[in-house]
Write a protein that binds this ligand. Structure first.
Ligand code: 13P
Ligand code: SF4
Length: 311
């Protein structure tokens, strides 16, 4: 690729030419967030994918997100800049093992967090995201037993919020479980005015330190509306780009992981780069596709979630 190529201009040109829309999660690198038509959490991006009229969806996120867009858009080309952009949480729940788990719990309503494969979605009754999990669980009639998969941390948080008993699949996000309770406490001592905000994929020992818990969009909105001027942020550090843009006078401190590595960056999300966005649009590949019978089955629980989240 020529270093003289203006990637921003080229991507904008191809977007017009192809009638493409660029959807990006908050965990994408800042350059990608800056070229996106929609930046959002998993629910907002699924909703944007549901209502788009574009011919091409460039999904700057991870595989399960692009797959969700493909489930909702059989006639459209869905591109993922790097096909290797997976998700540790989704990988922690292989469909064939989950099928046995579901069979071992007859009569249970199966609620799956959107961070799972299309095959796991197809085994589920309803999907949820971190922003509507409490509402989705609350929609299941009292007394009906529930399986919640694949994130045990989010599941535990929802049990606490709703008082519902649920059978949890033992999956976790490799990024969110690494935040160090010890380092967060040290930061709180250094900055007593700072509020701790955390994503519900974090472990309970981190969530108990949090002043506010929510999805990426909820965390961003909280930093905008809160009168506080300093926040310790326990989620993937990509979200800091929008927090700083929205509140330039406030200070955002990324919560440190346990081992001093750059693990508060999701290694899967960060596989996408501006160059790969350009290349996938130029080559119209790699595309995310699904066998039609699987797409149709996976769409049922997704549609239920989208209907429940309207209004
Ligand atoms: P939300 O987009 O629902 O905040 O979830 C974060 C996440 O980990 C996405 O993979
Ligand atoms: Fe998956 Fe965790 Fe990365 Fe989100 S942050 S995409 S849950 S590995």
């Amino acid at each position: 690729m020529s270093p003289a190529l203006d990637l921003f201009a080229e991507i904008a040109r191809m977007k017009r030419q192809q009638n493409a829309v660029i959807l990006a999660h908050y965990y994408q690198e800042p350059d990608i967030q800056d070229i996106a038509d929609v930046i959002g959490d998993s629910l907002a991006l699924a909703q944007a994918a549901e209502k788009t009229t574009a011919d091409v969806i460039v999904f700057c996120g991870v595989h399960f997100m692009a797959e969700t867009a493909a489930i909702l858009n059989p006639g459209r080309l869905v591109l993922l800049p790097d096909l290797e952009a997976g998700c540790s949480l989704s990988d922690s729940c292989p469909a064939h093992e989950f099928e046995r788990f579901v069979q071992a719990h007859p009569g249970h309503t199966v609620i799956s967090y959107i961070n799972c494969s299309a095959a796991v979605k197809a085994l589920s009754d309803i999907i949820c995201t971190s922003s509507n999990a409490v509402r989705v669980v609350g929609s299941v009639p009292a007394g009906t037993p529930i399986i919640f998969a694949p994130d045990q941390q989010l599941g535990r948080y929802v049990i606490e919020q709703t008082g519902r008993d649920m059978v949890l699949w033992p999956g976790s996000c490799s990024v969110h479980v690494l935040f160090s309770e010890r380092h967060i406490v040290r930061l709180k001592v250094e900055h007593p005015d700072a509020l701790v905000i955390a994503h519900p994929e974090c472990e309970e020992r981190v969530l108990t330190l949090a002043d506010y818990i929510g999805s990426t969009t909820a965390l961003l909105n909280y930093t905008k509306s809160s009168p506080a001027g300093r926040f310790i942020v326990a989620t993937e550090s990509g979200i800091l780009h929008q927090m700083k843009k929205a509140s330039p006078g406030k200070t955002f401190i990324p919560a440190p992981p346990d081992n001093g590595c750059a693990c508060n960056e999701c290694p899967y999300m960060r596989l996408n780069t501006l160059e790969k966005v350009y290349l996938c649009m130029r080559d119209r590949a790699p595309a995310v596709t699904l066998p039609e019978p699987l797409r149709v089955r996976a769409k049922v629980p997704l549609d239920r979630m989208l209907a429940l989240s309207r209004g």
